[in-house]
Ligand binder design. Structure first.
Ligand SMILES: Cc1ncc(COP(=O)(O)O)c(C=O)c1O
Length: 409
């Protein structure tokens, strides 16, 4: 064992030449396997790239991507706000120190109790259906509220993450705007902001800009809007031939569009809510090989982790780079990397060339900072892994491995 790990994972802008002196084996020896490892400098760098690309816009980190409090603190220090989708997320953001006005809440199919609890914390609510608007109006007449739109455009890396268009459960159809106005006026509500999020994993800037244009057209039918929120969905290049969504290009392409709208609505704040783009490339899941089964059709490389720790490959067929950091120079072998969960779909990859893995090797599964730990579970009653943040002063545990006792009650 002992491959050196580049602590600035791929895709991180300022990674040039920065190699942390710890090896993957050191990290595993110290903190155990499997292990989520994040890199602070890369996270700060991603936040700064966004701020530079979209000046004069509000950037709200979609904390569903990864809600570890230590990572949220770094993001807060970089000046971003929060996009929250549940009362739990709102409470976590408040606990980490985000001010109420830095938090935007837009829940889907939420209860009256949840809307009330969010309002009680002083956080602005955006609703995403006419019936929710009606209920909100009955409960909180004479207040202001945001409205999530479905612009009839959907984008994304998989059907499950396309959140706009006719198949999506989210948002008010853009043809129902008049009905929304009627409900609002019946309850004395002020629709103070518009929101949309068309999907996740978008790599082409032009497609995102098209959705923004639709949104701005609808927004022209409102007056006195305080915010127009274009959502998140900026993709990252998980595969070697893919590039990250180009945030600098987005900033350049939309500046005139935003300026034109702002000329009519000078007080409007434009918002974006990226999650994945900010944090996916800053995280690696290190797993240890527990068995190698060279079968008739496949070589299954078994590991001490699984879909309970990283669901994306099983849920979406997602591709993550997998490196053998213990033996990077070994000749490649075509393998399936599997987990230890009782599901046939518990595979991190299949038919992938990886430097020939042996029992005890450490494999690095890259770009798992977003929707990795945050979607992890204790399925099969296997505890969730620890999380470590590599800071300038060295690695720090930011979440302990889940104790077996915690899942045995
Ligand atoms: C409303 C909303 N905003 C933002 C996001 C963040 O998406 P991404 O992580 O792809 O940027 C999501 C993801 O599902 C979302 O539902």
């Amino acid at each position: 064992m002992g491959g050196r790990i580049a602590t600035y994972p791929r895709h991180v802008g300022d990674r040039a030449g920065t190699i942390h002196p710890m090896t993957a084996a050191d990290l595993i020896d110290r903190f155990g396997s499997p292990l989520y490892v994040y890199e602070e400098a890369g996270l700060r760098s991603r936040c700064r790239q966004l701020v530079a690309a979209l000046p004069s816009c509000a950037l709200l980190y979609a904390m569903k991507a990864n809600a570890n409090p230590s990572l949220l603190s770094v993001i807060r220090e970089e000046g971003l706000g929060i996009d929250a989708v549940s009362i739990g997320e709102v409470m976590r953001a408040r606990r980490v120190g985000f001010a109420t006005e830095q938090i935007s809440y837009n829940g889907n199919n939420v209860t009256d109790e949840e809307m009330g609890a969010v309002r009680e914390l002083g956080v602005h609510v955006t609703v995403d259906s006419l019936s929710q608007l009606e209920r909100y109006g009955r409960l909180f007449p004479g207040t202001d509220v945001g409205l999530r739109l479905n612009p009839d455009i959907g984008e994304g890396h998989h059907d499950h993450v396309i959140t706009g268009g006719p198949e999506a459960k989210f948002g008010v159809d853009h043809e129902d705007i008049e009905a929304a106005h009627c409900i609002a006026s019946r309850h004395g509500l002020i629709i103070s902001g518009l929101h949309q999020h068309v999907g996740s994993g978008i790599l082409e800037v032009d497609r995102f800009v098209s959705a923004m244009e639709v949104m701005l057209k609808v927004a022209e039918r409102f007056s006195g809007l305080r915010f127009v929120d274009f959502g998140g969905g900026f993709g990252v290049g998980y595969k070697p031939d893919e590039e990250d969504f180009d945030v600098a290009k987005l900033g350049a392409e939309v500046s005139h569009l935003l300026a034109r709208f702002r000329a009519k609505e000078p007080d409007v704040v434009f918002r974006f809510e990226p999650g994945r783009w900010i944090i996916a490339p800053c995280g690696t899941l290190y797993v240890t090989v527990t068995s190698v089964k060279r079968g008739k059709r496949h070589t299954f490389v078994g590991t001490d982790s699984g879909l309970n720790h990283l669901l994306r490959p099983a849920l979406y067929g997602s591709w993550h780079a997998i490196e053998n950091v213990s033996r990077p120079d070994a000749p490649a072998e075509t393998v399936a990397v599997a987990g230890n969960i009782c599901e046939s779909g518990d595979l991190f990859c299949k038919g992938r060339a990886v430097p020939k893995p042996e029992e005890g090797d450490v494999l690095a599964i890259r770009d798992v900072g977003a929707y990795g730990w945050s979607m992890a579970s204790s399925y099969n009653l296997r505890p969730r892994p620890a999380e470590v943040l590599v800071r300038p002063g060295g690695p720090q545990v930011i979440r302990e491995r889940e104790p077996l006792d915690a899942i045995n009650h």
